[in-house]
Write a protein that binds this ligand. Sequence first.
Ligand code: KG4
Ligand code: ZN
Length: 335
Amino acid sequence: MSELILGIESSCDETSVAVVKDGKTILSNIVASQIKSHRRFGGVVPEVASRHHVEQITRCIDEALSQAQIEKNGLTAVAVTYGPGLVGALLIGVQAAKAFAWANDLPLIPVNHMAGHIYAACFETALQFPLLALVVSGGHTELVYMQEDASYEVLGETRDDAAGEAYDKVARVMGLSYPGGKEIDQLAHMGEDRYNFPRAMLHEDNFDFSFSGLKSAFINLTHNAEQRHETLSQEDLAASFQASVVDVLASKAIEAAKTYPVKQLIVAGGVAANQGLRETMKRKVAEELPDTNLIIPPLRLCGDNAAMIAAAGHVEFAKNNQADLALNACPGLGF
Ligand code: KG4
Ligand code: ZN
């Protein structure tokens, strides 16, 4: 009999519920985005996010089941993101999952949101170990080594801002709407890397990242130009900023894969949707790691969604990692 996992995700500004068969086939993946509500504030307002999750979660569960054409009693287990993320937002998903699991007598599987991002890659191709994952999102930037399923060793991470956070902050300075990553990416393709922004920690002997210096350099450049009443090209600014971020992310990921040889190199998380990063990774892996298989999830699975949570839940379930009804949200959860 097939295994059918209901995945629930509510860690930030997307309410999402999915049904995934045998850890690899998506039967439904409903994503209710709240971006429009947060946009006028220039970022995610935690209280507003929680309220939207409350309003959307039941509808998303119903829709995910109906689109998958699955009855509640046909499900095998419920997997839910319990961290990291906004505590109030996480709590809605966790409570909904607990209530659903209890009412339908189903096992409850706790899932780390960042593990979910990595497992989004398994919808592209079966994972092969050891592997290395560059996980880049709005809240995290990490290089994770995996010896086997559900085993995570963080080789390096950001010491300040996450890559997505840097994109969103810089976008705000440019007057673009939240979240600005996608728009900067589009502008970058029309401009040139003319401003030579710093590449922090690029030649250091570790796999950590830092993006706050780049952000400051960007802000200084634009403010100085403003004071001199000069107009800088938005396209060139975007291209220069993106070149710095992509250069550091790609170089460090490649370096890590040379130090820790792996079968697969995964790029995951919201920033993995970045066209510049995708192209650079493809080129560099082909040139420098011909024996490594690069996997980048399709765009719709890079951002937050519950299919990836169900996929990570599938491996946790196989390892018999279950939670009881005392499960709580863990906003600062790490690997
Ligand atoms: O993984 P995600 O959906 O949510 C978190 O777990 O944080 O990532 C959201 C982040 C935002 O910072 C957004 O600006 C960024 O991913 N992002 C991008 C692109 N699309 C989304 N950053 C750069 N280029 C893109 N194309
Ligand atoms: Zn995420």
